[in-house]
Ligand binder design. Structure first.
Ligand code: SAM
Length: 240
């Protein structure tokens, strides 16, 4: 079972994702456990302050090292495995499917959600193993960002998606965007499903999907093809 801990000043926010749908089912079936810790509980000062002014001056407040250091130490004591400690920060590596696949192999993840101006640099230097950004924009806090990462990791854990193959055919898993998809009816108000998909011929279906996946990627995200070894057949499809 994967263990996921989150350090946040707003634990209530996580109910929205941990207690619904596939993420809840994943916990109920024993694939994952979630625990959200309010690191304010670890503040040693009288008023349980977790932030302070910036050395050198400047607007805003910064999260202090002490509560987060002590909260992480307490979580470490409760775990047999060495956790990956993931800081949510717009300065981190931009999150991609390959990061989700990599994190999904771990036994224990601890997510640090920032607020205000972010974290005292010593947290980054001493505690953190990974820094993740979910995109080039700035959020008010790391909660939503960590939920994005956790959702994408949990759905990859064995047994979590009903259909084991579906995560392997999703966009990005094979370096391409997923091909167009259709469900019944085959003719919706004159809008027809492509012949290949209703042919009953698996080889034809696979070829159609591969070709459309490649074409869609070429049109929408050509950057994804830059490192790909395009086969002769794929090159022909792209020329069509
Ligand atoms: N002063 C910081 C900077 O410029 O790098 C931004 C702090 S931001 C207002 C507050 C917190 O939101 C961050 O500490 C981080 O946890 C979270 N956050 C904001 N944008 C994010 C992003 N794009 N990806 C991940 N976390 C983000």
């Amino acid at each position: 079972m994967m263990r996921i801990d989150v350090l946040s000043l707003f634990p209530e926010m996580f109910k929205a994702v941990f207690e619904q749908s596939i993420l809840k089912k994943a916990a109920d079936s024993g694939s994952v456990s979630y625990d959200v810790t309010n690191f304010r509980d670890y503040a040693e000062n009288k008023h349980q302050r977790v932030d302070d002014y910036l050395y050198g001056g400047g607007a805003g407040m910064l999260l202090m090292a002490q509560p987060i250091f002590d909260a992480v130490a307490a979580l470490r004591k409760r775990s047999d495995s060495k956790p990956r400690i993931v800081m949510m920060t717009p300065q981190g590596e931009r999150y991609q499917q390959r990061h989700a696949e990599n994190l999904a192999k771990e036994d224990h993840l601890i997510f640090l959600c920032g607020h205000y101006e972010g974290f005292d640099e010593r947290i980054r230097e001493q505690l953190v193993t990974d820094e993740i950004s979910i995109g080039d924009y700035v959020l008010t806090g790391g909660e939503l960002a960590s939920m994005v990462v956790i959702d994408s990791v949990v759905r990859l854990l064995p047994g979590v998606l009903g259909n084991e193959t579906s995560a392997h055919t999703d966009s990005f898993s094979n370096g391409l965007l997923e091909h167009p998809q259709y469900t019944r009816p085959a003719d919706f108000r004159g809008l027809k499903v492509p012949d290949a998909l209703i042919s009953g011929n698996h080889a034809l279906v696979d070829e159609w999907r591969h070709k459309e996946s490649l074409r869609r990627t070429y049109l929408r995200r050509p950057d994804l093809l830059s490192d790909r070894d395009i086969t002769e057949q794929e090159a022909k499809w792209l020329e069509e």
